[in-house]
Design a protein around this ligand. Structure first.
Ligand SMILES: Cc1cc2nc3c(=O)[nH]c(=O)nc-3n(C[C@H](O)[C@H](O)[C@H](O)COP(=O)(O)OP(=O)(O)OC[C@H]3O[C@@H](n4cnc5c(N)ncnc54)[C@H](O)[C@@H]3O)c2cc1C
Length: 424
């Protein structure tokens, strides 16, 4: 156990902020007076709360989360394709509580930045010295005309894991062989850039195995997407029934009719038997309420501390923040959380914060035994998180099956490791 903790600590030091050792000099922390509230117990928030605790035993940490059970999005495309159970995506907060983190199951409904307090759905108020927001995303209902909450019950988004994931799975199972599945992918920026294409791949795999007369159409609001050559190379080999329609070929969906399961694009209409709309998104609502989201719907931050540019003492992590070149991923949220926790400890101690270096790796499964990767290293430069030149890259375009199988195993290992670190 001690060895494990030392490893985690050394990882934090190396990957997040080499010189950000916890300060014992801060009178507020030493006396146990410093209070940090974290809103959102997903990959960013739960990581931040636990990283803070590892860095400092004294600071009072409260984690506010709406749900008692967290359902993870990474690997949820496997649930949709029938490769794994939704239960394998679900995690609780016992480990955080054991770390002496005060876990409060409620929704944050307001932030009083002047008074430095968070207002909860229970009516309670929590005071803070530093507030961390990691609320993930919200769907921009009706940004795509016709796509509202009722339409999502017919044409699920499944972009927040849980009941929506299960609904899309049920619809695929109920569809007859010979049916048409449509995925509508949004314009940038959105949660998990390779996610729609991993989903398309795994649904195509399911159709190939179980419903081979069926077809899958991906209508895309973009001409380019993450790991595109790797995905398209695999699709050409594995999934002849998968058709990708780019923006320039009329892929952008401009309106939906849920009752008719019909999508309108600039070039025509498409009717599906199962329709998955991945809609436009913004930072989770509490970010707007707190005044940290800008007109883009996302939150501008200082890339060294993750402190909100417009509102001091509030830090924003994960999907909700504008992280420059860093993609919106669970891996990124976890890395940002460690850097942010290290910065907060220093800020509370009145010490200078050291520039972090952050890593992201996104694995995607094209088939159960076929994995591909994109990786990058990022650091603050000119006010944003910029990719370190020459770092990272993607899996090779030409690789033997054994290489792809090994990357699929790495993907599985990554999911087990990150969920054990954040929730275990
Ligand atoms: C299909 C799919 C596949 C993906 N695959 C991968 C992958 O392979 N690898 C990868 O790295 N990433 C992947 N992602 C992306 C990943 O899920 C997100 O980037 C990650 O969850 C972001 O973390 P977060 O902390 O910002 O948000 P979340 O993890 O969504 O956590 C937000 C939390 O905040 C809570 N919350 C929100 N508002 C409030 C409030 N007002 N009060 C209290 N609680 C609140 C929510 O209940 C939630 O628990 C995938 C996403 C999808 C949709």
């Amino acid at each position: 156990m001690i060895a494990k903790r030392l490893n985690r600590r050394s990882f934090l030091r190396n990957a997040a902020a080499a010189a950000t050792a916890p300060s014992l000099a801060c009178p507020a922390i030493a006396q146990g007076q410093a209070r940090v509230v974290v809103v959102g117990g997903g990959f960013g928030g739960a990581s931040a709360a636990r990283a803070l605790r590892r860095l400092n035993a004294k600071v009072a940490i409260t984690l506010v989360e709406s749900n008692r059970t967290f359902t993870a999005c990474p690997f949820s495309n496997g649930v949709i394709a029938g490769l794994r159970d939704l239960k394998e995506q679900q995690f609780g907060y016992d480990a955080a509580a054991k770390d002496s983190i005060n876990v409060v199951f409620a929704s944050a409904t307001g932030i009083d930045a002047q008074a430095r307090s968070v207002i909860l759905s229970t009516g309670e108020r929590l005071g803070y010295d530093r507030l961390v927001l990691s609320p993930g995303i919200d769907i921009l209902w009706n940004a795509l005309p016709g796509y509202d909450e009722a339409a999502a019950e017919v044409m699920p988004h499944a972009w927040k894991a849980g009941e929506q994931t299960a609904l899309l799975r049920r619809q695929l199972e109920a569809m007859e062989d010979g049916g048409t599945v449509i995925i509508s992918a949004p314009a940038n920026p959105f949660r998990c850039p390779p996610g729609p294409y991993e989903r398309a791949s795994l649904i195509a795999h399911y159709l190939k195995v179980r419903k081979p007369r069926s077809k899958l159409i991906v209508l895309d609001a973009k001409d380019q997407f993450s790991k595109q050559r790797l995905f398209q190379d695999a699709w050409a080999k594995l999934y002849p029934n998968l058709e990708w329609v780019a923006l320039s070929s009329g892929g952008k969906v401009i309106a939906v009719d849920a009752a008719a399961k019909t999508l309108t694009t600039d070039f025509g209409r498409h009717k599906g038997d199962v329709v998955n709309i991945i809609p436009p998104q913004s930072a989770g609502r509490i970010a707007t309420t707190a005044g940290v989201a800008d007109r883009t719907g996302w939150c501008a931050i200082d890339p060294v501390t993750f402190e909100s540019k417009p509102v001091p003492n509030i830090h924003v992590l994960g999907d909700a923040c504008i992280a420059g070149a860093m993609p919106k991923s669970a891996f990124s949220a976890n890395a940002q959380a460690k850097a942010c926790a290290a910065a907060i400890v220093r800020l509370l101690a009145g010490e200078p914060v050291v520039k972090p270096k952050l890593i992201n790796t996104c694995y995607s499964l094209v088939a159960p035994d076929y994995g591909i990767t994109v990786a990058g290293v990022y650091q603050p430069a000119a006010g944003v998180l910029a990719e370190v030149k020459g770092s990272g890259g993607v899996s090779p375009l030409q690789a033997p099956a054994a290489y792809r199988a090994q990357e699929a195993l790495f993907a599985d290992g990554w999911f087990r490791t990150i969920t054990a670190e954040v929730f275990g």
